[in-house]
Design a protein around this ligand. Structure first.
Ligand code: IMP
Ligand code: MG
Length: 432
């Protein structure tokens, strides 16, 4: 590595159950980034970005796509649905934003329509144990990857061969179906798509590790954009109600192919309260009507699925667990403005499990479903009514906002508070 200028490698991770506002933080950081990389997950992610071009719910495109000087990478760890990517690129193009600053790793695995069908069927078969999958076929894509039968972006350079390789896979999958296979289990279903992808995506395919290596040598600033959230991690999350990839800092390094020694910042993005879509335990969940106030004001509905998100008080026990796994250097607290007028707040520091107080996050689902947050006097915080949207300095926040943010920070071992989000737009951000 050249000694002249050291590279900056910044991982941006969702610290909770996803939807923390990573898109906004990445969009902000991308203004000065040379590279923005998506490393894991697929179009089950939804990253909302609001900037001068408009409002976008990005699914596969890295949030650096709006900065023409930033090179965006879809990395080896991503599950890539060609139809979604084409649709997303076309949508941006129709608004005059080019996707010329995008490259795609040949190692990314392809998600097809049949994966989505299988996702739905597997979920149905789980009955009352359903996960609440977004249904985008991401689980089945990673199943094929782990099963060593997946098809990767590299095959796009020979569409005929790709289709020939897909055919026996479709046949084998169709045999497993309880009902008559739909058209997505026939090869014809994919001919047009592959033709189009050959024309529009194949030219973007490039060995991303070489590109990244050159940038590390040049001392570039690299942002790795996490998808989903730490508690949805396949290994460390609330298994089995998790996604199929690793949204941890370590997962982002693996998924992008960056050597861990170059990591300079691990930013944990935390919403000022707790949300979860899909099934599973949620110790700080609020009663439904109470959550509804926040759900409507903050529009807490899934970016990709439109499902209402479950709402809870900030879960400090889960935040501490997230910090233990990621070693955050920096924290972004988002959506603090949404809590204005909410009334008094609480931060959970302990759970009650079978009559015992615990301060750790149970990873056994049976325990997680049984715990309830237990609050004592010090865990209550006075609310505020002031409009925060124009505040740009931490010291200008009302005292109660400052106290609440510092209360959230108590759950982290050695991280500094670096961002506080006060609105959806790019500049509605307090940078510390
Ligand atoms: P899947 O990854 O689509 O199979 O969904 C598995 C679980 O993760 C479900 O509970 C989803 O709601 C949740 N999930 C997946 N992606 C996201 C996300 O980006 N934000 C929030 N939840 C997600
Ligand atoms: Mg989202």
């Amino acid at each position: 590595m050249s000694k002249s200028k050291l590279p900056q490698v910044i991982a941006v991770v969702g610290g909770q159950w996803g939807d923390e506002g990573k898109g906004k933080i990445v969009d902000y950081l991308a203004q000065d980034a040379d590279l923005v990389i998506r490393a894991q997950g697929g179009d089950n992610a939804g990253h909302t970005v609001v900037n001068k071009f408009g409002k976008f719910g990005l699914a596969l495109l890295p949030a650096g796509i709006f900065n023409p000087k930033t090179l965006n990478i879809i990395g080896p760890g991503v599950a890539l649905n060609l139809a979604s990517l084409l649709e997303e690129i076309e949508k941006l193009q129709s608004l005059g934003i080019s996707a010329k600053n995008l490259i795609v790793s040949p190692k990314a695995h392809l998600t097809f329509k049949y994966h989505q069908t299988l996702d739905g069927l597997q979920e149905q078969a789980k009955g009352k144990n359903k996960i609440g999958t977004t249904g985008h076929g991401i689980g089945p894509t990673y199943m094929d990857k782990a099963g060593r039968i997946g098809l990767r972006v590299e095959q796009l350079n020979n569409p005929k061969q790709l289709l020939a390789n897909l055919e026996p896979i479709l046949r084998a999958k169709a045999k497993l179906l309880p009902t008559k296979p739909g058209p997505e289990f026939k090869i014809d279903y994919y001919s047009e798509l592959i033709k189009k992808a050959f024309k529009l995506i194949q030219p973007l395919v490039e060995n991303t590790e070489e590109v990244i290596y050159k940038h590390l040598n040049k001392g570039s600033t690299i942002v790795i954009e996490g998808a989903h959230g730490v508690l949805l991690d396949i290994d460390h999350g609330t298994y089995p109600k998790v996604t199929a990839s690793s949204p941890l800092v370590s997962g982002l390094l693996t998924g992008s192919g960056i050597p861990p020694r170059y990591l300079t910042k691990a930013i944990g993005v935390f919403k000022a309260y707790q949300t979860r879509v899909g099934e599973g335990g949620m110790p700080t969940e609020m009663p439904r009507e109470m959550g509804q106030v926040l759900r409507d004001r903050a529009h807490e509905y899934g970016t990709r699925t439109g499902r209402p998100r479950r709402i809870g008080y900030f879960d400090g026990v889960a935040a501490r667990y997230s910090d233990i796994l990621n070693g955050f250097t920096d924290i972004a607290i988002t959506r603090v403005d949404n809590l204005t007028h909410f009334g008094n707040l609480k931060i959970a520091k302990k759970y009650l499990l079978n009559g015992k107080l615990i301060n750790y996050f149970p990873t056994d689902e049976r325990d997680l479903l049984n715990v309830k947050a237990d609050y004592n006097k010090a865990d209550h915080y006075a609310g505020w009514t002031e409009d925060l949207s124009t505040i740009r300095s931490f010291h200008d926040f009302p005292k109660n906002v400052q106290k609440y943010c510092l209360g959230i920070m108590e759950n982290f071992h050695d991280a500094r508070l670096s961002f506080v989000g006060v609105g959806a737009e790019r500049d509605a951000l307090v940078v510390l």
